[in-house]
Design a protein around this ligand. Structure first.
Ligand code: FAD
Length: 492
């Protein structure tokens, strides 16, 4: 079918006032009055924020129609490409998202990159409201010499590699070294350390990609250091993830009791969740293991450790300059109290030999359209409870709204709040009145630009293929990682 002309669908070509001019026929009038009751809303991004925002809007407005635009061929954002393969229970939220996608008032349009294939102002013209939920796709750079050396990766791309993110499949990390250093002490850092140290046979029945499992099977990495600028009281990981590391089979923790001196006395003053976390750290660092435990630990060929009060200064090259051979760390001490506490260099330096450096100091959102306000320093879209500052009808939710912190549960609450603000504005008449063409206009526009979106039923075909591919090896799925192959399977 020939692409429809965009001008024809352009919303400004539609009457902006109600009632429409007298020449309207009754059926024309009826058509418009039906449309006016149907708020056309679009959401950019199909991660937890996108799906939870859509869920809220559909639940709390009986007529609202929600289109979800996603740049990947597949939905679910970091639930698919971030959450670790050995945490399958976390991925159950996909069932709820699938229910939302099955609503006849919701449509998924994958393979559409907003900012490239269609602009935000174009979406604003086609919809009554636009919600930006496109997450945090960049990583914080280390900004130190040597960062570009082979063997230095962002944790973000390493996670994308083992989770089958198409753009990270060329990463090919060389795991022939003995020691890896992870810069950062948050949950992502622990995920990466765990994947590096877990015996590969324990990952065989997960949805980790076949290629990543193959590389991990050949891995020579025996020791992983997690380096933090601050101390044991400032670690950013949570107790569940720490416990998993402590219990990792065939792997022993290396925690220097010296670094925990004095903590025992302070534990009483620490608020609850951090108190339990610190107790577990302290106990692991100071308690002598029982005999059989000691034998088990001694037999462990692998180890992980926390290196506190160290700030990366330079990635050190191998003698031939071809790859990483270590990292130079500045020793730090803490200054200030409470929230203002910060690490300052003492002047001492330390070199830590390693063959792999993974920087896990944070994800970062990027601006996707020059028309959308963006706080480059904080890496978020400036907003008041999800309403984008100074842009009526534009909203945001999830990591692009809050910054890259928080789990799926917090993202859910935050997205519900954005949905609530949007519906409040709709009720108060603050959103554009009159009908909007919604996806019809955008599809025509995309078609004229040669962009062919994929639907949720297309994803379900890919999903079925992945599940079938995994069956032979007892995996929940073998992910498709090649965009061209996926498009071929969809007959494109
Ligand atoms: P995302 O999940 O990143 O979704 C954003 C979506 O927008 C993506 O699908 C992306 O492709 C799309 N997009 C980006 N740009 C565009 C564009 N221009 N046009 C169209 N679409 C676009 N939480 C837990 O509760 N448990 C865990 O075990 C857990 N593990 C994690 C592991 C890692 C490595 C990471 C990084 C996070 C983890 N989290 C976990 C946190 C959780 O993933 C986040 O809270 C959540 O995914 C944030 O949701 P979001 O929708 O804002 O972002």
């Amino acid at each position: 079918m020939a692409p429809r002309c965009w001008r024809w669908w352009h919303w400004s070509a539609w009457p902006r006032t109600w009632p429409p001019p007298a020449r309207s026929t009754p059926s024309f009038r009826q058509h418009f009055s039906t449309q006016e009751k149907t708020p056309q809303i679009c959401v950019v991004g199909s991660g937890p924020a996108g799906f939870y925002t859509a869920q809220y809007l559909l639940k709390h407005h009986p007529q609202a129609h929600v289109d979800i635009y996603e740049k990947q061929l597949v939905p679910f954002g970091l639930v698919r490409f971030g959450v670790a393969p050995d945490h399958p229970e976390v991925k159950n939220v996909i069932n709820t998202f699938t229910q939302t996608a099955h609503s006849d008032r919701c449509a998924f349009w994958g393979n559409v990159e907003v900012g490239r294939d269609v602009t935000v102002p174009e979406l604003q013209e086609a919809y009554h409201a636009v919600v930006l939920s496109y997450g945090a796709e960049d990583h914080q750079a280390l900004d130190i010499p040597g960062e570009e050396l082979p063997g230095v990766f962002s944790a973000r791309s390493f996670v994308g590699w083992y989770n089958g993110l198409p753009e990270n499949q060329e990463l090919a990390p060389d795991l022939s070294c003995d020691t890896a250093v992870i810069l950062g002490q948050g949950n992502v850092a622990l995920d990466v350390a765990r994947i590096l140290l877990t015996p590969p046979e324990h990952l065989e029945k997960t949805d980790i990609t076949k290629a990543a499992l193959g590389v991990l099977r050949q891995s020579q990495v025996k020791t992983v250091w997690l380096v933090g600028r601050r101390g044991p009281l400032q670690v950013a990981f949570t107790i569940k993830e720490l416990r998993e590391m402590i219990q990792l089979p065939g792997t022993r923790p290396i925690l220097d009791p010296e670094e925990f001196l004095g903590l025992q006395d302070r534990i009483k003053e620490i608020p609850r969740p951090r108190k339990r976390l610190t107790e577990l750290l302290l106990q692991t660092a100071t308690q002598k293991p029982r005999a059989e435990e000691a034998a088990h630990l001694a037999s462990g060929s692998r180890a992980w450790g926390l290196r506190f009060f160290r700030s990366p200064q330079q990635v050190l090259p191998s003698p031939d300059g071809r790859r990483v051979a270590g990292i130079r760390l500045a020793v730090t001490r803490l200054e200030g109290v409470g929230e203002a506490i910060r690490a300052v260099p003492t002047g001492d330096m330390e070199d830590l030999p390693c063959g792999l450096v993974l920087s896990s100091i944070g994800y970062k959102s990027r601006p996707i359209d020059p028309s959308v306000p963006f706080d480059l320093k904080l890496g978020v879209i400036p907003n008041m409870e999800g309403r984008v500052v100074d842009v009526p009808g534009l909203y945001c939710s999830g990591w692009v709204k809050t910054g890259p912190t928080g789990v799926i549960g917090t993202t859910m609450n935050d997205s519900f709040l954005t949905g609530q603000m949007l519906l409040q504005d709709l009720k108060s008449g603050l959103l554009a009145s009159g009908p909007r063409p919604g996806s019809a206009a955008i599809q025509a526009l995309l078609s004229s630009r040669g962009v062919r979106p994929v639907s949720f039923s297309d994803w379900e075909k890919l999903d079925a293929k992945e599940v079938a591919q995994g069956q032979g090896s007892g995996k929940p799925r073998e992910k498709l990682v090649d965009r061209q192959e996926m498009l071929r399977l969809l007959g494109r």
